[in-house]
Design a binder for this molecule. Sequence first.
Ligand SMILES: O=C(O)[C@H]1O[C@H](OP(=O)(O)OP(=O)(O)OC[C@H]2O[C@@H](n3ccc(=O)[nH]c3=O)[C@H](O)[C@@H]2O)[C@H](O)[C@@H](O)[C@@H]1O
Length: 244
Amino acid sequence: MGSSELIFRGHETQPVSDSYSPKPDKPWASVTRPIRYMLREQRLLFVFLGIAIATLIFTLFPASRATQHNFADSITYFPIDTQSKFSNPHRLGFGSSNPTGKIPLGLKRKGLRIVVTGGAGFVGSHLVDRLIARGDSVMVVDNFFTGRKENVMHHFGNPNFELIRHDVVEPLLLEVDQIYHLACPASPVHYKFNPTNVVGTLNMLGLAKRVGARFLLTSTSEVYGDPLQHPQKETYWGNVNPIG
Ligand SMILES: O=C(O)[C@H]1O[C@H](OP(=O)(O)OP(=O)(O)OC[C@H]2O[C@@H](n3ccc(=O)[nH]c3=O)[C@H](O)[C@@H]2O)[C@H](O)[C@@H](O)[C@@H]1O
């Protein structure tokens, strides 16, 4: 048997197929193809150009300060440097940790749970209006000594509002992020005999400690003595020295 016979048999065993069979895809083709396309068409240049324009826009027009949750918004004399002492990751209130006022696009401020003691009083009810307006959930705790339900009645039915008749002289447990302690008998005649100033404040401070809430305590206009000016402007310091 010669080599020619072998060749001939070989032809016989290999069926000649004339149908087209495509080359198997290269495994990296799906990755390299778009890269090659981008380089070829100078798409990369456009991508970088887009990034540069977006950066420029976000730098020139930062997110509105209105979305920032700043306590100074409502009461400007709160000591801002205390903010660092009360860090709580799920809160942005009492001055945000974002000092530039820029909030990443799409990130909406989370509403806070706030308790306002004395929230049915004059100052308190206006504070409640402001907090509700900015989207917080507010619980008013008041014993109605001098406050009135009518001051907060317009929030009844709002799921973000609750009114609790309670004397802060008695302890109270609420899950909150911030406490504005405004409950106090406003007249010296009353607060001399009422334990709210001391016991009520201690109770609220205890609550703040327990739930890790921030705390604001209001003083009284009585510290100014009998005013010589009506109405008193922010620049008026009174006829007494409030710091001794
Ligand atoms: O200048 C002041 O001396 C007072 O000023 C504000 O109070 P203001 O809104 O002017 O006074 P009210 O309208 O009388 O508000 C006090 C609220 O606290 C409530 N309160 C008072 C006393 C008390 O023991 N518990 C309590 O819930 C009253 O019912 C009332 O709603 C402050 O909120 C008081 O802390 C402060 O004592």
